[in-house]
Design a protein around this ligand. Structure first.
Ligand SMILES: *Cc1c(COP(=O)(O)O)cnc(C)c1O
Length: 378
């Protein structure tokens, strides 16, 4: 027996974990901070932690009421119908559901490069193909309808990431509307807002609901997650908001009990904890500002809870930082070999990351190893 031909499939490369790195370097985990996976430096909402504890004794039952309660709370948050909320095992699970609901075998999706690897992986699981549109470092990864339309060739789904991972750039709603308008009726534009809470932009939910002066559309959907601003990455909880016209497809494509009892109860507690989200967003804003000012390398403006920095030899820099206790993301696997992505930490973690990176850059510059890096004028 052999699995099907998986030669086009690639493994997902997650940011490296503290335990993994500590074991490899034979050091104590407490010597490391991890700023590699855009996790919440403040941890989960305390209310969510409490809810998880309280739910522990009832996990012998399938999650039904909790699922309905959380969907109702999310629907309320966006002022949409509960059926429009496609709850899933992480935002990644919602990506799968959108592909399951739309892709016929051999149909394609269009994704940004550099970009989030899971769009393409998921499409291939669903016997789909993947085409790419480029975002360019030379114009700061700017996103607009024309750039996407230039590459567009009738794909079934166009993926936008706003804020974009790993650069932090965003796309205005008016450009998303124009893109949806100029693509075929049967093309769905999905706006991945995994980092939406950190950005100074309205959600694209306005486009499917016809708010803020936009006409309502049935060809735009939005992806959201509890992994980033809510600090619940380990619980695996995310969702899509889809147009009412075809929202009922969910019942035919979802894996039964898409989100666990623990996840639903944690999500219900977290969604009401504005204080925790506000603190998280404020910390990220200060951190990305500080990193842009203080890092001795080119750092792109970011609306997410991370920044992208051009450091020359990203693999050497990431390894040297890791030896000094700061784990960041080498962006080679995103198709950006010269860059690292640094997650916004707590104030002290961010300061440590900046000091460490600057020390490493200085050391490598003395060795001539990162001579190819673009050094900023200021
Ligand atoms: C983190 C992330 C997601 C979703 O992550 P989950 O943990 O599966 O919710 C989706 N898109 C992008 C661009 C991300 O960075």
């Amino acid at each position: 027996m052999q699995p099907r031909d998986l030669s086009d499939h690639v493994a997902y490369e997650a940011g490296r974990g503290i335990e993994e790195v500590a074991r490899e370097l034979d050091r104590d985990p407490s010597e490391f901070v991890k700023l590699a996976s855009n996790e919440n430096p403040h941890g989960p909402s305390p209310a969510a932690t409490e809810a998880i504890r309280e739910t522990a004794s009832s996990v012998s039952s399938y999650p039904k009421a909790a699922h309905a309660d959380l969907v109702a709370a999310i629907a309320d948050r966006w002022a949409v119908e509960p059926a429009q909320v496609w709850l899933a095992n992480g935002g990644d699970g919602a990506i799968d559901y959108l592909h399951r609901a739309t892709l016929e075998p051999g149909e394609s999706i269009l994704v940004p490069t550099p970009g989030f690897a899971y769009y393409g992986m998921s499409a291939r699981f669903h016997h789909g193909d993947v085409a790419e549109y480029p975002l360019s470092r030379d114009d700061d990864f700017a996103q607009d309808a024309d750039r996407v339309l230039e590459a567009y060739d009738g794909e079934r789904i166009v993926w936008l990431t706003s804020p974009h991972n790993p650069s932090g750039s965003t796309i205005p709603l008016s450009e998303i509307e124009r893109l949806a308008e100029e693509t075929a009726d049967e093309t769905l534009v999905v706006v991945d807002e995994a980092y939406g809470e950190f950005a100074d932009r309205e959600s694209a939910v306005a486009l499917l609901e016809g708010r803020d002066g936009f006409d309502a559309r049935d060809d735009v959907a939005v992806l959201r997650t509890f992994s980033k601003a809510y600090g619940l990455a380990g619980i695996r909880l995310g969702y899509a908001v889809v147009p009412e016209a075809w929202a009922d497809a969910y019942t035919r494509v979802n894996t039964p009990f898409a989100a666990s009892e623990l996840a639903c109860r944690a999500g219900l507690a977290a969604i009401d904890d504005d204080e925790h989200v506000d603190l998280t967003v404020e910390t990220a804003r200060e951190a990305r500002e500080h990193m842009r000012e203080a890092i001795d390398a080119r750092v792109w403006p970011s609306e997410g809870n991370f920044v992208l920095a051009d450091v020359g030899d990203a693999t050497a820099v990431a390894e040297a930082m890791q030896r000094r206790g700061v784990i960041v993301r080498d962006c080679s696997s995103f198709g950006l070999p010269g860059c690292i992505r640094i997650t916004c930490g707590t104030q002290s973690e961010t300061e440590l990351a900046v000091e460490t990176l600057n020390a490493v850059l200085e050391e490598l510059d003395l060795d001539g190893a990162s001579a190819q890096r673009e050094v900023p004028d200021t």
